[in-house]
Design a binder for this molecule. Structure first.
Ligand SMILES: [Zn+2]
Length: 313
């Protein structure tokens, strides 16, 4: 039974606790009208429920959209950084190619007589470059998670980067020293297996439109990458939103590493101005661990890492 407020009639109805009476104006609606009203009420209730759910959906959709926008921003950021790498890394290549006439002995090219590395992959001083390659089967046996083992360094995108246990203590000391100097460091890449390096090289080959020379300037072919050693890190920093590429060179972290990394056994592999010796464009972010004593000996000798390792192999 349904009562509706009306100006037509007045009646006395009990209030809810039956202790008082209240004067109401109402009229009684007959049974058939009652059912129609009941249906209308259900429709109204359904409409209200619909609009409420619509609002929930809208909120959910907006959240979904925000996620998509974030993804898009991240994607665009990565594309931006990849563009950045290509543009900045290709500059010296073009400049040098004028003098090399683009011949097969161009600084970025591989020699015809590629040989196996003369030391074991486990040896901190093994020379790995465009001439000397690691066996496809080589992988370090003491790889551990970087960010599970070292504090105050961030692994970008929460990737579980791996490095050899042998360098973890010195890496922690490096990071502690950096933090003390208000330097933020993150890891963009570390160990890469032979098979992963195939994918990495092919990625750069692809983004350079299949241009082998362009890819060879910025990425090693499988077997020729220092990342296969498990002793090499690509650093980044919050100053460039943990990006990887030429912009790292201008960061505080880059300058700090250039001045201090050797104290903890790390050396930049591909310094600026030595492209014709290393075979790679300048990589301000790419550091290899060779141990503190070796790194100090290298600094004292005045040699870059490539020449220092050649003298040891
Ligand atoms: Zn690297």
């Amino acid at each position: 039974m349904l009562f509706l407020y009306s100006n037509t009639y007045s009646n006395i109805l009990p209030d809810l606790d039956n202790s008082k009476s209240i004067l109401y104006k109402y009229h009684y609606i007959k049974q058939d009208s009652c059912c129609r009203i009941d249906i209308m009420t259900k429709i109204i209730a359904t409409l209200i429920a619909f609009f409420l759910s619509l609002n929930t959906y809208t909120v959910a959709y907006q959240e979904h959209t925000t996620d998509k926008e974030l993804e898009k921003n991240n994607y665009e950021r990565d594309i931006f950084l990849e563009e950045d790498i290509r543009l900045e890394e290709l500059k010296p290549a073009k400049a040098v190619s004028k003098t090399d006439s683009g011949l097969s002995n161009a600084w970025w090219s591989y020699p015809n007589d590629i040989e196996q590395a003369t030391r074991s992959g486990d040896d901190l001083l093994v020379l790995v470059n465009k001439k000397y390659q690691l066996p496809s089967t080589y992988a370090p046996s003491d790889l551990i998670s970087v960010c599970a083992s070292v504090t105050n360094i961030r692994c970008v995108n929460s990737v579980e980067f791996l490095l050899r246990r042998i360098l973890i203590s010195d890496l922690q000391d490096l990071v502690n020293s950096a933090v003390a100097d208000n330097i933020d460091l993150s890891v963009r890449s570390a160990y890469r297996s032979y098979n992963t390096q195939i994918g990495t090289y092919n990625h750069w080959l692809s983004v350079n439109g299949g241009n082998v020379a362009a890819a060879d300037k910025i990425s090693a072919r499988a077997g020729h990458s220092q990342h296969q050693l498990g002793t090499t890190i690509d650093f980044s920093t919050s100053e460039i939103r943990d990006g990887l590429g030429g912009t790292f060179a201008s960061t505080k972290a880059s300058k700090w590493l250039a001045e201090n990394a050797h104290k903890y056994g790390f050396a930049i592999s591909y310094p600026q101005g030595y492209e014709s010796i290393t075979g790679y464009g300048y990589e301000s972010w790419h550091y290899r661990y060779i141990g503190r004593e070796n790194a100090q000996e290298m600094i004292n000798s005045g040699m870059i890492l490539e020449l220092y390792l050649r003298s040891k192999n």
